[in-house]
Design a protein around this ligand. Structure first.
Ligand code: NAP
Ligand code: F7E
Length: 404
């Protein structure tokens, strides 16, 4: 009897233990499903009924939705700022990176979830499935394709990758519009470039012959013609903004302008190193990124799609850019020597501040780019606001401020 009672009490003990565990688990499952259901309903409510607009009457409704590739870059970040002021909802495609790559757009992230206007998506221009899914989910009115391997010198080292992103990336987006049958719904902006002209007549306008001189330029020319082709073949509102070099405080540090202004700021703060540059005599038509961004939007607001050159019409050498930058910190540069032996000298101290390093030369160089943007000025009612001198000074000033 004692034995039977022992077995029964043992059985009862294990049964109760099992029952307790079972109920605890059921509770966890019930609580977690209930809370996930509440979250889902909340999210649906926010998405479908745009709860934000009920609470915040200032932002009654988003005017339009813009999808921006390359949002973490110089232009993408400025364009997002510009469109947010116009009450656009911004979808930004950003690449996964092992280190932070959102320095230029950190200010777009809001903690206040009822006031969110920027929606980041992970994506890549080399992945068509992900581009199709993002477009399908977010239903943009306008796509700005600014994503690119945008460094001309690097494109000689990574030609296939550059073509994949810069040429096929644009094609993938155009094809996605067609696949999703959004030909009449989505307007498409392609970040084309003065590089497609290469060494040709000066100045360059919409009718100038193309003569690309790098894998970057060749890839961008493929994208240019894809836009023209999809516009003609499928009636898609697609445009090429043929923008000449544009710079500013958010410019990548390996492009010559920012490389110079950072070096000048360093020198001013006491870090007196020699600045090594490549081709000092290349001439570029340098404008302000903030000025140029507006034209991207203006092009998509026209009745009929067409391509535009955007430029200042003034070209300067790399030497002139460096001279202007050092002038801001009170140094007059004089030049001495020829070719790879040419140096930039501080006229007062006679110290060498700039030298040439052949590593920065390109296998093929574009000698001069100078744009004729009369069409954009006439039809978009646009003109550049920032002079060369102001652009250089502003960049040096910002780089100095960053160091203090
Ligand atoms: P940028 O600062 O180099 O920015 C390029 C952007 O593209 C970055 O956000 C980059 O992401 C992204 N990107 C690179 N590879 C990608 C990929 N595989 N998939 C998705 N995104 C990718 O260039 P930018 O000066 O802003 O120029 C914007 C566009 O205008 C580019 O297409 C450029 O070729 C063109 N353009 C520029 C100029 C100019 O003077 N700035 C002139 C004419 C045309 P990460 O941040 O992760 O690298
Ligand atoms: O070179 C020369 C170089 O790399 C300008 C991109 O936004 O604009 C940009 O391309 C010039 C070239 O810009 C150095 O040889 C001399 O002649 O600043 P960059 P880029 O090649 O004009 C066009 C329009 C784009 O579309 C591109 O995406 O400066 N140069 N010494 C140097 N260039 C660099 N990078 N570094 C030097 O040390």
């Amino acid at each position: 009897m004692k034995f039977i009672l022992q077995i029964m009490s043992g059985f009862l003990y294990h049964f109760l233990q099992f029952a307790c565990i079972f109920f605890v688990h059921i509770n966890i499952i019930l609580v977690s499903s209930a809370s996930s259901l509440v979250c889902r309903i909340y999210r649906l409510f926010i998405q479908q009924f745009n709860l934000k607009t009920l609470i915040d009457s200032k932002h009654m409704k988003f005017k339009k939705t813009a999808l921006i590739t390359g949002i973490t870059g110089q232009d993408g970040s400025h364009l997002a700022d510009f469109l947010l002021k116009k009450n656009y909802k911004i979808i930004g495609i950003k690449r996964r990176s092992s280190s932070f790559n959102t320095e230029r757009i950190n200010h777009l992230y809001k903690k206040d979830i009822l006031n969110v206007k920027y929606f980041p998506y992970y994506g890549d221009l080399t992945d068509s499935t992900n581009l199709v899914r993002i477009i399908q989910e977010t239903k943009p009115d306008e796509i700005y394709n600014l994503g690119a391997q945008s460094h001309v010198k690097t494109s000689f080292e990574t030609p296939e990758y550059t073509a994949n992103v810069d040429a096929l990336g644009a094609l993938r987006l155009l094809e996605a519009i067609r696949l999703l049958k959004k030909e009449n719904k989505i307007k498409f902006y392609q970040a084309s470039t003065s590089e497609i002209f290469g060494n040709t007549e000066i100045p360059q306008n919409e009718k100038t012959k193309f003569n690309p001189a790098s894998p970057y330029a060749v890839s961008k020319l493929f994208a240019y013609w894809s836009v023209v082709n999809y516009r003609n073949a499928y009636n898609i509102f697609a445009v090429n903004g043929i923008l000449f070099n544009h710079e500013g405080e958010r410019r990548g540090a390996t492009f010559v302008t920012r490389k110079i202004t950072r070096a000048v700021a360093d020198y001013y703060s006491g870090n007196k190193k020699i600045l090594y540059l490549g081709n000092l005599n290349a001439k570029r038509d340098w404008g302000s990124a903030k000025d140029y961004i507006k034209t991207m939007w203006l092009m998509l607001q026209k009745k009929t799609p067409t391509d535009y050159v955007v430029a200042t019409g003034v070209s300067k050498t790399v030497k002139e850019f460096a001279q202007e930058a050092y002038k801001y910190i009170g140094i007059k540069i004089i030049w001495s020597g020829k070719g790879v032996n040419e140096v930039g000298i501080d006229s007062k101290t006679k110290k060498i501040l700039i030298k040439v390093d052949q590593d920065y030369f390109r296998p093929t160089e574009v000698n001069e780019l100078r744009g004729d943007s009369r069409k954009a000025r006439r039809e978009l009612k646009w003109k550049p606001e920032v002079s060369f001198k102001d652009l250089v000074q502003e960049m040096v000033k910002k780089d100095i401020e960053r160091l203090y």
